[in-house]
Design a protein around this ligand. Structure first.
Ligand SMILES: Cc1cc2nc3c(=O)[nH]c(=O)nc-3n(C[C@H](O)[C@H](O)[C@H](O)COP(=O)(O)O)c2cc1C
Length: 182
């Protein structure tokens, strides 16, 4: 069955989904879910997210040059969904969605306390790409709740990260597997 080319991302799914928290130049926090998110380099550590040009998240990154990727477990799905709604600029979706702020170590933007891991980033560069803007950030601090690390690795079976398929449909990753061959 053929799928429209512009819907390819629904096939390239489920996609890792982070709540991205930022502040504007007056220090007002904002949070929104993004699933067009990917690592692009490990040394230097760089991560990319793609934002539609009208996103307040993008405006805030342009104003303050920083952002935090917050890793979301299944039980925060409703909060994540509320954060995706179109609030006026300056409204703090962290509080509006029933979550709370967590002081970050290296950036002024707060993380989200209830999340499982926090990746603090400084803007490296941005670039227009089609109908989105690529935002590439340098990872400058990463923290994770202890119980979700197993031998130093992110324990997906405990984390159960929320992954986006399309619209209101999400998948939850909870099983790991390995190739049988060496
Ligand atoms: C699961 C999910 C993933 C999303 N991923 C993206 C994305 O990768 N890029 C984007 O521009 N918008 C994405 N959106 C839409 C934004 O989250 C939404 O428009 C939000 O209101 C933007 O908030 P802001 O204007 O405060 O940045 C996504 C929405 C949901 C529910």
């Amino acid at each position: 069955m053929k799928v429209k080319a512009e819907n390819f991302y629904q096939i390239l799914s489920p996609r890792w989904t982070a709540l991205i928290s930022t502040i504007d130049k007056e220090g007002k926090p904002n949070a929104a879910p993004f699933s067009f998110v990917t690592p692009v380099s490990s040394n230097p550590p760089l991560v990319l997210f793609a934002a539609a040009p009208q996103r307040h998240t993008l405006a805030n990154v342009r104003e303050t040059h920083e952002f935090v990727l917050n890793i979301v477990p299944e039980q925060l799905l409703d909060n994540l969904w509320i954060c995706s709604k179109a609030f006026p600029k300056g409204v703090n979706e962290i509080i509006e969605s029933g979550l709370s702020e967590r002081k970050s170590r290296m950036v002024k933007a707060p993380g989200i306390k209830e999340c499982l891991a926090w990746i603090e980033c400084q803007l490296e560069f941005e670039r227009e790409a089609g109908d989105h803007v690529l935002v590439v950030g340098k990872v400058i601090n990463v923290e994770c709740q202890n119980e979700f690390l197993k031998q130093g690795e992110f324990d997906v079976s405990r984390v159960k990260p929320v992954m986006h398929i399309n619209g209101r449909r999400f998948a939850v990753a909870e099983r790991t597997t390995q190739p049988k061959v060496q």
